[in-house]
Design a protein around this ligand. Structure first.
Ligand code: XIL
Length: 453
């Protein structure tokens, strides 16, 4: 982050928004489906990250509005700020939806990610079809950026200035901008955006750049050369439109290499699609994939946070764009949180959010010698089931975990917290899962009580 303006404001207004939300919940009783446990935005903030969602302005009322306001602290207009939306006819502007989203964000203590200024898609017909000279095209781009960024100066914290500039093989995409102005349209756009709002964070955003590959390497090389030339660039956006079961294993490494260039990284459009119909197995895998993305971002301090591209399956671009696929977001079409929601919460340090009555966790010591022990925890369900789990206990006599298998365990002080591995989150009704660990002990080795979360 270049300034602390955003985080301070979000902290102050979040207090206010929290009070307002509590009031709304009390007034609404329990009619609205919502997850137990703290909202994602609070969990994220405690970790120094942001949690965002793309939104559609017209839907920001009722349950959709409640969830958008309660769970997220960043909003991205899904379409409202694109050139084709704001200037459908030349010189004729429509800012209504963009304004509405920015107003909503301010009322809920949220920051806005502006999306997007210079792109090959969703441009107005008059722009796509005009036969512009390079000089005209350059002026159109400069003026558009000055107008839109200037309009929201001080109110939009970060801009996706340039969207999707690369082909899959790392060559530049042939677009209106590239064809007319050459590769330098990118530097020019960034410079114009900085002039229009010096406090806004400026990003280049693209898809299929989550792992290390030819396309992300081209983006990396571009950012490196922009930095060397002194062109203003504050971050890269990794869209992360992923497919269930295909989490890119080099994601953390890729985020780290961008961070090492001295810029921020944001996950800007996360969704994880599947072939419909959704099954329990696919939703469980999806939860593991969401968690992996969260963990990759959490592991790198310059990763600012994660934005989902729509929080509910009822407001997702996937079914319309990838026929036969869907169920890509953390909430189902009826606003019920899916395993993916709980996985995000869990990655951010929250509980699984699932009722755990009917499931028990039993700690036992398998063998113990001088100062070492091997133990295990068995989680069993009867009349209930889990799609992910978290097992916590207190080592009251100074024991320390050194190694765990079939779970990820961390120990902080006396508190041990273990979450499922990618392959064993699901505990079926009548079934069980066991994980093991090694630990040191000294003096005494009492058996702790394990709490499922
Ligand atoms: C999508 C919107 O979600 C859809 O409503 C619209 O019809 C098409 O664009 N990458 C981007 C986003 O940067 O702007 C796209 O949003 C999804 C892919």
């Amino acid at each position: 982050m270049r300034t602390s303006r955003s985080s301070v404001r979000s902290r102050l207004t979040a207090l206010f928004a929290g009070a307002a939300t509590l009031g709304a919940l009390l007034a609404a009783g329990t009619a609205t489906a919502h997850a137990a446990g703290p909202p994602l935005r609070d969990l994220a903030e405690a970790k120094g990250k942001v949690m965002g969602t793309a939104v559609t302005g017209s839907k920001l009322t009722g349950t959709y509005g409640e969830i958008a306001g309660r769970e997220f602290n960043w909003l991205t207009p899904g379409n409202a700020m694109k050139w084709g939306s704001v200037e459908p006819a030349r010189g004729s502007f429509n800012w209504a939806e963009a304004d509405q989203i920015v107003d909503f964000a301010e009322a809920h203590g949220q920051e806005v990610r502006g999306h997007t200024l210079v792109w090959h898609s969703q441009n107005p017909g008059w722009l796509d079809n005009g036969n512009w000279t390079p000089a005209e095209l350059g002026r159109l781009m400069d003026d558009h950026i000055a107008l839109e960024v200037g309009r929201y100066k001080g109110r939009v914290a970060a801009w996706d200035v340039v969207n999707e500039p690369f082909n899959e093989d790392g060559t530049y995409r042939q677009t209106l901008w590239y064809n007319g102005l050459g590769t330098d349209y990118i530097a020019r756009a960034l410079t114009a955006a900085r002039a229009a709002d010096p406090a806004a964070e400026l990003y280049i955003n693209d898809y299929n750049v989550e792992g290390v590959n030819a396309k992300s390497t081209a983006l990396y090389n571009l950012v490196k050369s922009l930095k060397e030339r002194g062109v203003p660039i504050d971050g890269v956006g990794l869209q992360a439109h992923l497919i269930v079961g295909q989490y890119p294993s080099t994601m953390q490494q890729n985020i780290q290499r961008f961070a090492d260039l001295g810029i921020d990284v944001a996950i800007t459009e996360l969704d994880i699609r599947m072939q419909l119909p959704a099954t329990q197995a696919k939703l469980t895998q999806q939860a593991a994939d969401y968690k992996a993305v969260m963990n990759a971002c959490l592991a790198v301090s310059r990763c600012t946070g994660v934005t989902v591209w729509g929080f509910t399956d009822s407001d997702s671009w996937i079914p319309g764009t990838f026929p036969g696929q869907g169920a890509a977001t953390p909430y189902d079409e009826n606003y019920n949180p899916k395993p993916a929601y709980h996985a995000i919460a869990q990655a951010l340090g929250g509980g699984t959010g699932q009722p755990t009555e009917g499931c028990t966790a039993t700690y036992s010591v398998g063998s113990q010698w001088n100062t070492g022990l091997t133990g295990q925890v068995r989680i069993a369900c009867a009349g209930a089931s889990l799609s992910s789990w978290k097992a916590d206990w207190t080592f009251g006599a100074g024991q320390r975990i050194t190694q765990a298998w079939n779970a990820t365990c961390t120990q902080s002080g006396t508190t041990v917290s273990c979450t499922n591995a990618a392959w064993n989150g699901s505990v079926p009704d009548g079934g069980s899962v066991t994980f093991g660990f090694n630990a040191w002990w000294n003096g005494s080795n009492p058996v702790p009580t394990v709490t499922l979360g």
